[in-house]
Structures are given as structure tokens and as C-alpha cells.
Design a protein around this ligand. Structure first.
Ligand SMILES: Nc1ncnc2c1ncn2[C@@H]1O[C@H](COP(=O)(O)OP(=O)(O)OP(=O)(O)O)[C@@H](O)[C@H]1O
Ligand SMILES: [Mg+2]
Length: 483
């Protein structure tokens, strides 16, 4: 989805909330205004009618009801009516029962008869309001008791002005709503554009970043707001990617370097053998060298493959029931000759039966690598002991030797790929992948490996493996990131 559509969608959602609120608010304001104006109109009309009724009562006492009615009507028609009747467009009518005594404007007679206010007054003595929608008049009928007779004063006023005012307010709202919505939509688009501007900037910067300039970072204007946080997260991701790329490049460089030595030896040996006719023993010697170097290459490539698969999470580990004590014995047996040839004593200390659920091949590789190191880095006359202990939580395998030892500053680095403390001494025999494989195998079994050592006195590598859940026999191995 492009930023343009996000902008439109944001504006759309904003209008979806805003428009109903605007309509509801306008309707409320209009109904309040209309109610208020109508109320004021009625109050004024009633006040006028009551003044006329009082005036009628006073006059009726001196002049009699008929002439009082005439007088009031005349008063309204006069150029200078009494202040209480000084309202333009008002009609007054006086009735005695149903009989009209006087009316200031005969056009209004129909409005009075059609509203049937006189009929309503027969049932009670309250004021009655009515509206003649056709003639646009509002009227109030006020009952007046004089002597034994019932009289009614009717005050009528045209509502055209009131209707015009209300129409004006209605039109104002009806035209105002679309105009406001239009302005709000434009404003919404502008606001969303402004708010999304940093995202556009981030996108532009991110587009320029590739594998070649992974060290570049997004500029963060305000790290405390949401977009600043997003840019920060993205930068952290870039840092991790940068690290991974760097480590991968180093890994490739180291791998090529490691493979170059045996390849050069094989090449050189073949060249020398082919340069002239050699004796059988010389050919045999050359072939021996070539075989050893290709074995070494095979080991490096298979170690690299195992680590690369683990990195990609594609290495499957096959969990199976096995006896760790048997596995340890097999490994010791495989390295017995190597140890004997170096005059290093190899001992095993393990309980009788130690069942474990694990990947046999991976565990073997792990133990052989540790024993191989212990024998290789131990001087003739020394000894190597492999010990196995087990409890309810898991198993511990420790390989101790009386070898050259490792400085504590190297404890972490020796588990890194291709890291060798003194590469020159054993350069032809080792590649520096052994302990990386050990670490990967431990992690595959949810375990860990630790080292303790004293230079010149020996080292102890301890592997702790928890008992595995016997759920599936096969699962994907995931290792920690390349290190
Ligand atoms: N038991 C040990 N005693 C002394 N140093 C050791 C011991 N085990 C490992 N090291 C040091 O740790 C380094 C890394 O060991 P690792 O097994 O990863 O590689 P390597 O033995 O050099 O090569 P590889 O095992 O791939 O043939 C070794 O080069 C060595 O310097
Ligand atoms: Mg090794």
C-alpha cells in the first residue's frame, strides 16, 4: 500500500467520525434554536393577549363588554396604540362564547375558526395555542370571565418572520455542513500528509540502503515520537544485518583461506610427482599426502556445511534413545590410537547405563572434537579424562586434560569459527571449527558448554545437556547467530 492511499484512508476514517458528529451537533443546535425562538414568540404573543384581556376587563366594567371589545380592536388599529398592544402584525379578536364581538383584521377570522380554539376552550379555562400553517399565523386564545359570561381574547401574529429566521438557520446549516466537510477533508489530507512526511523520508533513506552501504543509518529527528522509535528499530535491524553480513564475509574469507592451504599442497604435490618419473614409493608418499589433505578438506567442508545448515535452521536433528556411556566408549575407542601415538593416557569415567534422548551423530561429533582437542593440545606423558554424570535434570560430560591450557581471555573466542589461539603450531592439522561445532551441537540439544583452564596445567570442557522431551523423533536444529 502506498503512502498516498494511507493518506486518503486516514482522511476517510477521520471524516467517517467527523461527519456524523457534525450532523448530530448541527441538528441539536438547530432544534434548540428553533425551540427557543418559538418559545420566545409564544411568550410575547401570550403577554400581548393577556394585556389585551386585562385591558378588556377594565374597559368592560365601565363601557360594557361589546364596546370594550370594539375599543381594544380600535386601539390596535390606531396610529399610537397603548404600549402593551404596540406590536406590528398582530390581530386581536374578542369573542363572547362563539360569537365574534370585534376583530382588528377580518382576514384572520378563518384562522381562528379553523384552529377550533374556541371549541377547546369550552372544555377548560386554560390558554390555548394553535397555528394556521396555511395562513402562516400563530394564535393564542385566552379565556376571560366577566360577570356570568365567558369571553375569549384571541391574539394572532404572523409567523412568517419566525419561519424566515428558522429557514435562514436551516440553510446556513445545510450549506455549512458540506462546506465544513470539504474543508475538513482538505485539512485532513494536509494533516495526514504532514504527519506522514517523516515516513516518506524514512522510505527514501531506506531505499538507498543496500548490502554495500549497510553501515548507513536513518536520520532520527525526534527519537521520542513513534516514527523516531520506528527509525530506531530499523537502525537496530540494520546494525544486526550489518554484523551478520560482516561475519558472513569474514566466514567466507576464512573458509577460502583454510581451503587454500590443502589445495596448494595437493596441487604442489601433484606437480612435483608429474614433473618426472618417480619410484613407486615416491608416488605412494605423494598420494598419501594428497589423501591426507583431501581428508582435511572434506572435514572442513563438512564442518562448514553443518554450521551453515544450523545457521539457516535447516539441519534436522534425529532424536533417538541411546546410551551415553556406550557413545563415550565408542568415541574413546576411535581416538585410542591417536592418543597412544602421542603417548597421552585416555581414561573414561562413566556410570553403567546412562540412557539419553539425542542425535547420535551430532553427539559423537561433539565428543570426538573435545577429545581430539584434549589429546592434540596435551604434551606426551599427559592424560585426558572424560567423565559422565547424570541426574534428574540432565547429564554432564566433562573432558579434562593436562595440556597446554587456555588463557581466560580466550575462553569466549575459542568457540568462534576459525579461531585458533596459536595457529602456527598446529596450522597443518586444524581449522578452528571444532569448538564451533561443539557449541552448535550443545545448543541443538538445548544445552551449554563451558570451559575452565589454567595455562600450562590443563583445561576442563564441561557440557550440560538437559533430558529431552520424547515428543517428536525429528526436529529442526536452530543455532545461535554466526559467531
Ligand atoms: N583442550 C584444549 N587445550 C588447549 N587449547 C585448546 C583446547 N581445546 C581448544 N583449544 C584452543 O582452542 C582453539 C579452537 O579449538 P577448535 O577445536 O575450535 O579448533 P582447532 O582444534 O584449532 O581446529 P579443528 O578442531 O577444527 O581441527 C584451538 O586452536 C586451541 O588453540
Ligand atoms: Mg579442535
Amino acid at each position: 500500500m502506498t503512502l498516498g492511499t494511507i493518506r486518503v484512508r486516514l482522511t476517510f476514517w477521520y471524516l467517517l467520525v467527523f461527519v456524523p458528529l457534525l450532523i448530530a451537533f448541527s441538528t441539536y443546535v438547530y432544534s434548540q434554536l428553533a425551540g427557543d425562538l418559538r418559545g420566545q414568540f409564544d411568550t410575547a404573543l401570550l403577554r400581548l393577549g393577556e394585556s389585551a384581556a386585562n385591558y378588556f376587563k377594565v374597559l368592560a366594567q365601565t363601557k360594557g363588554p361589546s364596546s370594550a371589545a370594539e375599543t381594544i380592536v380600535q386601539e390596535l388599529r390606531s396610529a399610537e396604540p397603548i404600549p402593551a398592544l404596540r406590536v406590528r402584525n398582530v390581530t386581536l379578536a374578542v369573542f363572547s362564547g362563539d360569537q365574534l364581538l370585534a376583530i382588528s383584521n377580518h382576514d384572520a377570522t378563518y384562522s381562528i375558526s379553523s384552529s377550533q380554539v374556541l371549541l377547546s376552550l369550552r372544555t377548560g379555562m386554560q390558554n390555548v395555542f394553535a397555528t394556521d400553517e396555511v395562513a402562516q399565523r400563530r394564535l393564542v386564545a385566552i379565556p376571560v370571565r366577566f360577570g356570568s359570561e365567558n369571553y375569549t381574547i384571541v391574539a394572532l401574529e404572523t409567523i412568517q418572520r419566525l419561519q424566515a429566521n428558522l429557514r435562514f438557520a436551516r440553510n446556513l446549516i445545510l450549506f455549512g455542513i458540506p462546506a465544513t466537510v470539504f474543508c475538513a477533508a482538505i485539512g485532513g489530507l494536509l494533516i495526514s500528509k504532514k504527519s506522514l512526511e517523516p515516513v516518506v523520508t524514512i522510505c527514501g533513506q531506506a531505499e538507498r540502503i543496500s548490502a554495500h552501504n549497510l553501515n548507513e543509518r536513518l536520520a532520527i529527528k525526534n527519537p521520542k515520537d513513534e516514527l523516531g522509535h520506528l527509525a530506531g528499530v530499523f537502525n537496530a535491524l540494520l546494525s544486526r544485518l550489518d554484523d551478520s553480513f560482516r561475519i558472513m564475509r569474514e566466514f567466507m574469507a576464512e573458509a577460502s583461506h583454510e581451503l587454500r592451504t590443502p589445495l596448494a599442497i595437493i596441487h604442489g604435490e601433484a606437480d612435483v610427482s608429474l614433473s618426472q618419473v618417480r619410484s613407486d614409493s615416491e608416488y605412494r608418499e605423494s598420494l598419501d599426502i594428497i589423501r591426507d589433505q583431501s581428508k582435511r578438506m572434506t572435514r572442513i567442508v563438512s564442518d562448514m556445511l553443518a554450521l551453515a545448515r544450523a545457521d539457516a535452521g535447516r539441519q534436522l536433528i534425529h532424536l533417538e534413545e541411546l546410551y551415553l556411556n556406550d557413545l563415550l566408549e565408542e568415541c574413546c575407542h576411535a581416538l585410542k590410537k591417536v592418543a597412544a601415538s602421542k603417548n597421552v593416557r585416555l581414561e573414561i569415567d562413566s556410570p553403567e547405563d546412562c540412557p539419553f534422548l539425542g542425535d547420535e551423530e551430532l553427539l559423537k561429533r561433539m565428543i570426538v572434537n573435545l577429545l581430539d582437542n584434549a589429546i592434540r593440545y596435551t604434551e606426551p606423558g599427559g592424560y585426558v579424562v572424560i567423565r559422565l554424570t547424570s541426574d534428574a535434570s540432565g547429564v554432564k560430560i566433562s573432558v579434562s586434560d593436562t595440556g597446554i591450557g587456555i588463557a581466560s581471555s580466550d575462553f569466549e573466542r575459542i568457540f568462534q569459527r576459525f579461531h585458533r589461539i596459536d595457529a602456527s603450531t598446529y596450522a597443518d592439522q586444524c581449522s578452528g571449527l571444532g569448538l564451533a561445532i561443539v557449541k552448535m551441537a550443545c545448543e541443538a540439544h538445548h544445552g551449554s558448554v563451558t570451559v575452565s583452564s589454567q595455562p600450562g596445567r590443563g583445561s576442563i570442557f564441561t557440557i550440560s545437556l538437559p533430558h529431552q522431551e520424547p515428543r517428536g523423533s525429528q526436529r529442526t536444529l536452530s543455532s545461535s547467530p554466526i559467531s
